[in-house]
Design a binder for this molecule. Structure first.
Ligand SMILES: *Cc1c(COP(=O)(O)O)cnc(C)c1O
Ligand code: SF4
Length: 364
């Protein structure tokens, strides 16, 4: 028997039914439990304790809503992750990198999750699917970047996780290994010294975590992120733009500043996906663009995430930008700065010659 790690004990104490929510906040336990039968709930006590009142941004991310059940016509897998999958639980969409799912469990079941179809429900990820994924990567020498995801890959215990990472690191063409995890935000005790000591043996390791609201940034979350950074792991953050949670320029600016204070670099800001059971979180695209405009120029350049839409139908992440180009022709480009003032940049005095080395890459 392995010694129980603190985080596994913490995880066992999670809130998984409506009872505590009814007792502490006067919620409708029956309604919550009815939704849970379809889409499971798990809220670590640590995260639960951040709820200040019913319906606040912490609540909305973690507590089931009846609206999840009123979204029956939306697609279950809008990003076609399963169709772009040469072996089960591996998605090879981009030329040089793959997404490999190593678990379908999470410390918390975020109500807006893109993979709501699978997380915490059926278990389709096994030692065998992971081994098939690793074999696929080994036999495709163009793959240089592995993104471990799930579920949350840190649900896998340190020993098993190390086995997976070590096998990937042994593949000569694998350059970087990335882990996407929400643990620093929802259960920071997972980020132990033992975990960091293990991960840093396999550098370059990158972590992308997931914070959506400044209230999630606590002393414990900060300690977890700093521990990762101190292990030499660059930590990024992927944030989802969520109606009623963070669709507000001031909230997001505060979040970005707080991330930087704990050495986490904002990476992507996602327009919410079309996933069934999550559409009540979607915002208008204009809102995302307005928020980007309110950040760019007004705060640290690397504190501004890239707004993206993960294209329905499996097109990958497509960047969106407020339009800073007023006019662009042979002679000049007229640009608008962050304050709305116009500036002119003359073209270099030489003919434009299209670079045709790789028409797929350079297709301007
Ligand atoms: C997001 C994603 C990646 C990684 O994309 P980056 O833009 O490099 O962060 C790779 N594969 C799939 C299928 C993805 O969804
Ligand atoms: S931790 Fe990530 S994968 Fe898990 S429910 Fe939340 S968003 Fe989905």
């Amino acid at each position: 028997m392995e010694r129980m790690e603190q985080w596994t004990i913490d995880l066992r104490n999670s809130v998984t039914g409506g009872g505590p929510l009814a007792r502490d906040f006067g919620a409708d336990a029956e309604e919550i439990d009815a939704v849970c039968r379809n889409y499971p709930m798990r809220i670590p006590r640590y995260y639960y304790n951040l709820i200040a009142e019913k319906g606040d941004p912490i609540w909305m991310q973690s507590v089931p809503s009846i609206r999840e059940m009123m979204d029956e016509s939306a697609p279950e897998d809008p990003l076609h992750e399963e169709e772009d999958s040469p072996v089960p639980r591996l998605t090879h969409r981009y030329p040089d990198r793959v997404l490999l799912l190593i678990t379908d469990r999470c410390p918390m079941y975020c109500r807006f999750c893109t993979r709501k179809r699978m997380v915490g429900r059926t278990s389709t990820i096994t030692e065998k699917t992971i081994a098939m994924g690793i074999d696929y990567i080994r036999s495709h020498t163009e793959i240089r970047d592995i993104l471990l995801s799930g579920g949350d890959p840190l649900m896998v215990n340190d020993r098993k996780l190390e086995q997976i990472i070590a096998r990937l690191r042994a593949i000569p063409h694998v350059e970087i290994i990335r882990i996407g995890t929400r643990f620093p935000c929802v259960l920071p005790s997972r980020i132990s010294d033992a975990l960091c000591d293990m991960l840093k043996k396999y550098h370059p390791i990158f972590i992308n975590t997931h914070f959506n609201h400044p209230r999630e940034i606590t002393p414990q979350a900060r300690e977890a992120c700093e521990r990762l950074a101190n292990a030499g792991i660059p930590v990024g953050c992927q944030t989802v733009l969520l109606k009623g949670v963070n669709d507000d320029p001031l909230v997001l600016k505060e979040l970005m500043h707080k991330l930087l204070m704990m050495r986490v670099r904002p990476y992507y800001l996602y327009q919410a996906d079309l996933t069934r059971g999550t559409n009540h979180f979607r915002t208008r695209v204009e809102r995302g663009l307005e928020i980007m405009q309110s950040l760019r120029g007004y705060t640290t350049g690397f504190g501004v995430p890239q707004l993206v839409i993960d294209a329905p139908g499996g097109g990958g992440k497509i960047p969106l930008m407020p339009d800073y180009v007023v006019r662009f022709d042979e002679k000049e480009i007229i640009l608008r700065n962050f304050e709305g003032k116009e500036y002119r940049y003359p073209q270099a005095d030489q003919p434009y010659v299209k670079d045709t080395r790789d028409v797929e890459l350079i297709n301007f």
